[in-house]
Ligand binder design. Structure first.
Ligand code: AMP
Ligand code: GLY
Length: 423
């Protein structure tokens, strides 16, 4: 069969690597892809938001399955466009992807269906938000309602900061229309865990857990980023917590979406905070996490095509989802200065060190093939993933492997996975 993957980051490279392992797949295309994906797929010069061009391509090439990796096209309704044209596609429709596209929607859903999450208020008016902030308990969290590349969340420790945050989001519109509405939320403390789940509209099956490191600098300092590294599984996500989440969060979310006439098919990413009062939902995403996918997918034993087909056909209950009994760590190699100002176009060397190295992966995020070779082309450049028998070994392997790749202005965090020492 022929598969088309839509997206261009490390996540889509990890998806492509999983798809390439399937014996059912003869040919993989990726739109638009990147220099790493190009080694296992044919990259096509169509961007993720060109829905009609993507569908035209799928039709012309006789694509059997299209997998949407990114949030923007899902929230924008690419799945609806494909389905209308009778094309098979993996991902939630627009009316379900709103669970990521609107934080106000997802908070209201959780409140209505009693799914544990932080207490909150929503505002469409900056004056009303400021009035509320006069007496709100600090610290307090402000979130732009819409998509903001994971950067529309402000944690404010003083009232001045909070009011400046309202200005940034609602008046200066730093994230555009995403700030037309904001969610003001109670600040929670605890361990964060990401659990990505396959969903078929009725059934939901969680994958192995992972933890991301969102801040740019060691010790969780610096600005929020798309994610600087991950490990899987999370040792803090015990069986007891998993059982609680399945009963009180995952299945209730599936049922809530169905009850709202928004059957969710695809990947539901549940961002959890393990608080003293039990696990609570921080956020939902409607797709694989990046870089969570880079540690979760390499550990999955199933043929990803079988699982995705079962989701589309409403038969996920027949799938026995299995993961390796090991661990994986992904360290993101970024361009120094990310997430603010950084240079591009630096030549990257050392890829050949990973040839035939079992249990090691270099997932490309911001890279480009030029006459000089593969060069940096973004803030997050590569994700170096290594497996190990346990987290400690996986982390040591991953950091060893980061030394095999060189480029000017290479930057990484040196404490990815250090939390495992605290178990
Ligand atoms: P989100 O995009 O909603 O997951 O928020 C991004 C990050 O901000 C999360 O991964 C948390 O680290 C932090 N965060 C979001 N909401 C809260 C909250 N209510 N309390 C504490 N930290 C939060
Ligand atoms: N790693 C967080 C995300 O993909 O949203």
């Amino acid at each position: 069969m022929k598969v088309l993957i839509v997206g261009s980051g490390g996540r889509e490279h990890a998806i492509a690597a999983s798809v390439a392992k399937s014996s059912q797949v003869d040919k993989i295309y990726c739109a638009p892809g990147n220099a790493g994906i190009a080694q296992i797929a044919e990259c096509v010069d169509i961007t993720a938001m060109e829905f009609d061009r993507l569908a035209d391509f799928a039709e012309k090439k006789g694509i059997d399955l299209t997998i949407i990796g990114m949030d923007d096209p899902l929230v924008g309704g690419v799945v609806d466009v494909f389905e209308k044209r009778g094309l098979r596609v993996f991902g939630p429709r627009k009316n379900a992807a709103i669970i990521e596209g609107s934080k106000a929607f997802s908070k209201d859903l959780m409140k209505k269906y009693k799914i544990p999450t932080a207490a909150y208020e929503t505002f469409t008016d900056a004056d009303a938000a400021n009035a509320y902030l006069e007496t709100a308990k600090l610290p307090i969290v402000l979130k732009a309602d819409g998509l903001a590349l994971g950067k529309g969340v402000l944690i404010c420790h003083t009232r001045e900061e909070a009011k400046a945050g309202v200005k940034t989001l609602m008046l200066d519109k730093q994230f555009g229309d995403a700030g037309n509405e904001i969610v003001v939320e109670e600040f929670m403390t605890g361990r964060e865990v990401s659990v990505l789940c396959y969903c078929d509209g009725t059934h939901i099956k969680p994958m192995t857990s992972a933890q991301d490191h969102k801040r740019a600098k060691d010790g969780d300092q610096g600005l929020n980023t798309g994610g600087m590294g991950t490990f899987s599984p999370s040792p803090f996500y015990t069986e007891e917590i998993q059982n609680f989440c399945e009963a009180k969060i995952y299945q209730p979310t599936m049922d809530a979406m169905k009850a709202e006439g928004r059957d969710f098919v695809g990947i539901l990413f549940v961002g959890l905070m393990l608080t003293e009062d039990g696990p609570k939902v921080l956020e939902y995403n409607a797709r694989f996490g990046d870089p969570e996918a880079q540690v979760v997918l390499p550990r999955m034993k199933n043929d990803i095509i079988d699982v995705m087909n079962a989701c589309i056909d409403g038969k996920l209950d027949t799938v026995d989802l299995q993961f390796e009994d090991n661990a994986a760590v992904c360290v993101v190699l970024a361009s120094d200065g990310y997430p603010e100002h950084y240079e591009k176009g630096k030549v990257i060397t050392g890829f050949e060190n990973f040839d035939n190295k079992d249990g090691y992966y270099v997932f490309h995020a911001g890279t480009k093939l030029t006459d000089e070779g593969i060069v940096t082309n973004g803030g997050r450049v590569l994700g170096v993933t290594a497996k190990g028998t346990d987290l400690k070994e996986a982390r040591a392997n991953a950091y060893e492997a980061t030394k095999l790749i060189q480029f000017e202005n290479k930057y990484m965090r040196n404490d990815i996975g250090n939390a495992i020492n605290e178990v």
